[in-house]
Write a new protein. Structure first.
Length: 70
């Protein structure tokens, strides 16, 4: 199997895992935390999940440091 095929399979598996995680965590408050900015106008909605991205970044940093530290 070529490297491109393995890479595509890996990327597909990641998308499947992300889809399953989104279905399971649909009521999780990420994206609706205090500090997330939502601007609603007549025909425009701007959503900036600043606090959610900071929390997600901290959690992922902790996970990657625990599992991939050499």
């Amino acid at each position: 199997m070529s490297d491109i095929a393995r890479t595509l399979i890996f990327i597909g598996a990641i998308f499947i895992l992300l889809g399953v995680a989104m279905m399971l965590l649909k009521n999780f408050p990420i994206g609706h935390l205090p500090g997330d900015i939502v601007i609603r106008k007549k025909n425009l909605t701007i959503w900036m999940p600043i606090t959610s991205m900071i929390v997600l970044s901290l959690v992922l940093t902790l996970i990657f440091n625990l599992f991939f530290r050499k």
